[in-house]
Design a binder for this molecule. Structure first.
Ligand SMILES: NC(=O)c1ccc[n+]([C@@H]2O[C@H](COP(=O)([O-])OP(=O)(O)OC[C@H]3O[C@@H](n4cnc5c(N)ncnc54)[C@H](O)[C@@H]3O)[C@@H](O)[C@H]2O)c1
Length: 230
């Protein structure tokens, strides 16, 4: 895969879930990484492993962008990203870590409505791939465009819950018996969300490596270790 190597890279929000995974991969690829974060929602522990890395610099500050006159840009539109360092806390926390924490605590994960609403769950490795591809493209038709950054698969929440359960049972067999609960539908909730990733495939050579099940399988040990103690 085309990867960004030996470059100076600024990662804004680099102490967050997506940003810290990106910092890690960029360092692994031999880049010099400056992480810019005000720790509004980011965590120090997310970047702690990189602080001693000679190619990593953390700047704790608030970033504001002006207009980027004349600078070529590529926008990435993220769809329901999941993976290690994702937090289940907060009112807007994503479904996957919330469901995992509920199962670990032997509490029923709560589905809003009938659980048949669908999402395009996107594993962090696919997001990192898109960032590399966007940063390294030499295709003039690819710049100054926005790309859906997703897997391109439709999964309903009932199916998601069972995939999560299946992955957690080897850690704790009692999770097999935790019932799912159904709550009222959320007003304004989108029923179905599925990304068209054809533009990214065509112009950036995007080829997602992890479908939902593969991503859960890869990340589940991290979720277990980090969410099992509250
Ligand atoms: N996770 C997803 O599924 C998803 C989906 C769509 C869009 N996004 C967007 O992608 C971005 C990253 O998402 P995430 O899940 O990693 O969230 P996150 O909250 O874990 O990370 C955001 C990071 O940005 C930092 N930050 C916020 N405002 C800042 C400012 N003014 N100056 C400096 N740092 C600042 C936070 O402290 C945090 O470390 C967010 O903009 C989010 O809205 C995420």
């Amino acid at each position: 895969m085309r990867k960004l190597r030996d470059k100076n890279v600024l990662v804004t929000g680099g102490a967050g879930f997506i940003g810290s995974n990106l910092c890690e991969d960029l360092l692994d690829c031999g880049n010099r990484v400056v992480c810019f974060d005000n720790f509004a929602t980011g965590k120090r522990e997310n970047v702690a492993p990189f602080l001693s890395h000679p190619n990593f610099k953390l700047i704790e500050a608030d970033i504001r962008y002006g207009d980027l006159f004349g600078v070529e840009t590529i926008g990435l539109r993220y769809f329901n990203v999941f993976g290690k360092r994702q937090t289940p806390d907060g009112a807007y926390a994503a479904a996957i870590p919330k469901f995992i924490r509920a199962f670990i605590d032997h509490e029923s994960p709560v589905l809003h409505g009938d659980g048949k609403q669908t999402r395009d769950f996107t594993y962090i490795a696919n997001v990192i791939q898109m960032n590399h591809l966007a940063a390294t493209t030499d295709n003039p038709k690819a710049v100054n465009k926005v790309y859906n950054t997703a897997c391109g698969d439709r999964t309903d929440l009932l199916h998601l819950i069972e995939k999560i359960r299946e992955a957690l049972v080897p850690f704790d067999p009692e999770i097999a018996d935790v019932p799912v609960a159904f709550g009222p539908s959320r007003e304004g909730d989108v029923r179905d969300s599925l990304a068209d990733v054809s533009r990214a495939k065509e112009l950036l050579d995007y080829a997602p490596t992890h479908r939902l099940g593969e991503g859960i399988k890869e990340a589940i040990a991290w979720y277990w270790e980090n969410l099992k103690n509250g």
